[in-house]
Design a protein around this ligand. Structure first.
Ligand code: PLP
Length: 377
């Protein structure tokens, strides 16, 4: 059996080496390392894949979120509502821009931002909502967009974990996660569903004016060379990373299907076990692309299960062990523990198993057998 890893990038690379290497070689041959034709080509290809008017590539997913917020012209003191149960990057950029982060609880069934909690948190100062499509599962964008419309708020999608996931609307249409809000942000960090071989990110929008503003912000606030109209940043996707992404984008759907198939096999093995709650697998809408396969362990023995798996050299991880509202950097007197019952429970119960595009049946069986063995001991 191949060595178990949370993410097996080497086995994936071995299969696509010829195309990826050729794509990188083109950049080396032309020495167009920054803003070369590969970046533009990837931008166009991603716009087409997502069905979004504008993709603006940038240096990483954290920058993408920050630049999206700068582009919307959010001002210090504006309140931005986001999920308490997510990676810190989401709240970090809100705080960095001197906006006021307002962390709210998530829903138990999909671990995404709670609609009721959003509604309760809205004040006259609220300017934006940042839903995170956590672990690859699209948040309920139709409902979130409706709340935003009613209260005249921006929606900034943190789509770092769910590129390729679909959101289904009640009229039957489907749209790609990240391309629904006023602006979306993603990351091409190597382990993400569409990962490059270094850092990378992108911002998406259907708004022409916002796209223009953001294109200037990523380039030092320049719209005309050496004319700096706004305070910008330097955030670029380099051409070598674009070359890798261009070679991998045509495989994204296939990669997401491989993740869904692995998830299905995991969940089939865990079915009926009273101590395990497996993630929902929806066969009709592709709303979950399994960036992570995350179980809830309900008998209070999550940490012992983790030790059991570690002894068997099965990698596993706790995403995320501490709610953001309990982090020193983001603590705020406004938060009360009773406002976060779901996050507080999830941090005690969740465990993520190896999830990537190259999982073999033999590996999945070894992992599921080992998990079940723990409960049958
Ligand atoms: C990975 C990630 C980011 C940040 O992306 P980087 O490219 O690492 O800066 C932001 N939000 C979420 C939810 C993520 O998972």
């Amino acid at each position: 059996m191949r060595k178990l890893q949370m993410v097996d990038l080497k086995s994936q690379y071995d299969k696509i080496k010829t195309t990826v290497d050729a794509s990188i070689q083109e950049v080396l041959d032309t020495t167009t390392y920054i803003n070369g034709p590969k970046v533009h080509e990837f931008q166009k290809n991603l716009e087409e894949y997502l069905g979004v008017k504008h993709v603006i590539p940038c240096a990483n997913g954290t920058d993408a979120l920050q630049i999206a917020m700068m582009g919307l012209g959010l001002q210090p003191g504006d309140e931005v509502i986001t999920a308490d149960f997510t990676f810190a990057a989401t709240v970090e950029v809100i705080a960095l821009l001197q906006l006021t982060p307002v962390l709210v609880d998530v829903e138990m069934y999909n671990m995404n931002i709670s609609l009721d909690a959003i509604k309760k948190a809205i004040t006259p100062k609220t300017k934006a909502i940042v839903p995170v499509h956590l672990f690859g599962r699209a948040a309920n964008m139709e409902a979130i967009m409706a709340i935003a419309k009613e209260h005249n708020l921006y929606v900034i999608e943190d789509n770092a974990q769910a590129i390729g996931a679909n959101c289904k609307f009640s009229d039957g249409t489907k749209k790609k996660a990240g391309a629904i809000g006023h602006v979306g942000a993603t990351s091409f960090f190597p382990s993400k569903n569409l990962g490059c071989y270094g850092d990378g990110g992108a911002i998406f929008t259907n708004d022409d004016e916002l796209a223009h503003t953001i294109r200037g912000i990523v380039n030092h606030g320049m719209y005309v060379r050496y004319h700096h109209d706004v305070v910008g940043v330097n955030s670029r996707l380099d051409s070598i990373q674009a070359a890798v992404l261009n070679a991998k984008l045509p495989l994204l759907d296939q990669y997401n299907t491989a993740r869904q198939n692995a998830a299905r096999k995991y969940s089939a093995a865990f079915e009926g076990n009273e101590n395990i709650i497996a993630p929902i697998i929806c066969d009709v809408c592709d709303c979950h692309v399994f960036h992570q396969y995350t179980l809830r362990i309900t008998n209070g023995k999550r940490d012992q299960l983790m030790e059991h798996l570690q002894v068997k050299q099965i990698p596993c991880a706790i995403y995320y062990p501490i709610p953001l509202h309990s982090q020193k950097a983001y603590a705020d007197a406004r938060y009360k523990e009773e406002d976060f019952p779901v996050t507080n429970q999830l941090v005690q119960e969740v465990i993520s198993l190896p999830m990537h595009t190259e999982l073999e049946d033999e590996q999945i069986k070894f992992i599921t057998d080992s998990v079940l063995e723990f409960f049958n001991k």
